[in-house]
Design a protein around this ligand. Structure first.
Ligand code: HEM
Length: 463
């Protein structure tokens, strides 16, 4: 196997003569485009897509090749996936929190982790999570009073964390939710600061962002190891992901250590809750801004009857699913994914050297008028099975693609469909601000300042 590319390889791959001949953004000496990247990353991504299917920008001396083209994205993520690893940035900055879990592992370790986790995400298993998901959403909406002003973004974050807690470790983490939520937010902020900081130093150095990360990780470890310890002591299949991890066996028959279980749990907690919360928040923004879409969705939900939705109801919620998918087109929670070339490789005629950094520019690709005519218009009818078939493969990538496609994609869609339905049965969040929220590209794409809404309690059939 090729030795993993080092930072020196990425530097070498950025030198004239080694970089492919693709358009590049004008850059400043030394810093390159790092300041624009920090200031307005989505604007930078849009400018890159305007330059062409593949275009280059620079983080300091390092070149990054941004792809906003379906065929090229398909080549990197799927057809030639074995020539790439995930971006080194993620591995370096996420490791203190996620250890060697599925998201941060590579090569054989990744294949092994994927195989161990797959049963926990099998269709049959996740159908068992539906009751928990719908019940949490119904409980969340039931607590809202008519006329109350709330931040929907915060409410969705708390709700998806509670769902992650119960489906991952059948634990009512609402008790711990505040501590877990605060620690995860601190850890993610420290991770993002690290990713975008011009000051790149080893994690062992006691600078403030590393200390913040250490404190957050210690708090999360305390909670997660306690839950693992309790479960090892009690045993049995509680129908959650943790039960599957504790009985999972490798090919050589060995089980996972507490540390391995901890890394996977932390990975799923991080990868699963904030992405889905952001999807739900943007969905309620879109529903608030498009009354005709909202009315059609409410009618579909009302046709289920008044009971909280179940997994069996999912085929009866196709429009709700299309609304969610269209929301992820305009506001993809994972707005880019990164890769590093493991060896010299040619993609669509462009020669990338070992170490070359690649960014799949998902946000901009989802707004290409040739893939999505009149791209800024919110139109769930773009997501009918026929419309999907007519688009080139690789043009719509909210969950990525290939061997590293989101393992939680069905879980997330099911959760979002059930949560929207369960909430809409009881309430209509009305936007307090008619201006569209400003997207804030953190680790995932959030609405800046949350989503202030006023709650209108609704009854079934109410137009
Ligand atoms: C709307 C919600 C979600 C979105 C938009 C999303 C998006 C993504 C994307 C784009 C990737 C691929 C990253 C890459 O190729 O580099 C990914 C990977 C992953 N996601 Fe999700 N995700 C969501 C929900 C979830 C949920 C609910 C879980 C778990 C409960 C989860 C767990 C993971 C894991 C573990 C990986 C790494 C997979 C691997 O590397 O093999 N995600 N996700």
């Amino acid at each position: 196997m090729d030795a993993s590319p080092t930072l020196a390889d990425t530097w070498r791959a950025s030198r004239p003569g080694r970089i492919p001949n693709v358009p590049a953004l004008p850059r400043r000496p030394l810093v390159g485009n790092a300041l624009e990247f920090r200031k307005d990353r989505l604007a930078l991504q849009a400018r890159l897509a305007d330059l062409g299917p593949i275009a280059r920008f620079h983080m300091g001396p390092l070149a990054v090749h941004a792809i906003a083209d379906a065929a090229l994205a398909q080549a990197v993520l799927v057809d030639q996936a074995d020539a790439f690893m995930k971006s080194r940035g993620l591995a370096v900055f996420a490791k203190p929190l996620l250890g060697e879990g599925l998201l941060t592992s590579e090569g054989l370790d990744h294949r092994r982790a994927r195989k161990l986790l797959a049963p926990a995400f099998a269709a049959k298993r996740i159908a068992g999570y539906a009751t928990v998901m719908a019940a949490e959403a119904a409980r969340t909406a039931a607590a809202w009073n008519h006329g109350a002003s709330i931040d929907l973004a915060e409410a969705m974050m708390e709700m998806t964390l509670a769902i992650a807690g119960r489906t991952l470790f059948d634990a009512d983490v609402r008790g711990d939710a505040r501590a877990v939520g605060a620690a995860l937010t601190d850890a993610m902020q420290a991770m993002l600061d690290g990713l975008t900081s011009p000051l790149q130093v080893p994690y062992a150095w006691p600078i403030p962002r590393h200390q913040r990360m250490r404190k957050a990780v210690a708090e999360l470890d305390r909670i997660v190891y306690r839950i693992i310890g309790d479960r090892r002591a009690s045993g049995g299949d509680r129908g959650d992901v943790l039960s599957m991890l504790l009985v999972a066996k490798d090919d050589d028959g060995s089980g996972l250590s507490d540390k391995q279980v901890r890394d996977e749990v932390m990975t799923l907690l991080l990868a699963g809750h904030e992405t889905t919360a952001n999807l739900l928040t943007w969905t309620f923004y879109a529903l608030g801004a498009h009354p005709e879409v909202r009315a059609r969705l409410e009618a579909e939900v009302d046709a289920l009857g008044g009971q909280p939705p179940t997994a069996d109801d999912l085929p009866r919620l196709p429009y709700t699913l299309a609304v969610l998918e269209e929301t992820m087109r305009l506001w993809p929670p994972a707005y880019t994914v990164g890769r590093t070339a493991l060896r010299d490789v040619t993609i669509g005629g462009h020669a990338l050297a070992k170490g070359a950094a690649v960014m799949i520019n998902i946000h901009a690709m989802h707004r290409r008028p040739d893939y999505f005519p009149d791209p800024l218009r919110f139109d769930p009818d773009r997501m009918t099975p026929e419309a999907k078939k007519a688009r080139p493969k690789g043009a719509y990538l909210p969950f990525g693609a290939g061997p590293r496609v989101c393992i939680g994609n069905h879980f997330a869609l099911m959760e979002a469909q059930l949560c929207v339905a369960a909430i809409v049965q009881q309430a209509r969040p009305v936007l307090r601000d008619t201006a569209a929220p400003v997207p804030e590209p953190m680790i995932t794409l959030r609405p800046k300042g949350g989503l202030p809404v006023r709650i209108h309690r609704r009854v079934r059939g109410e137009a």
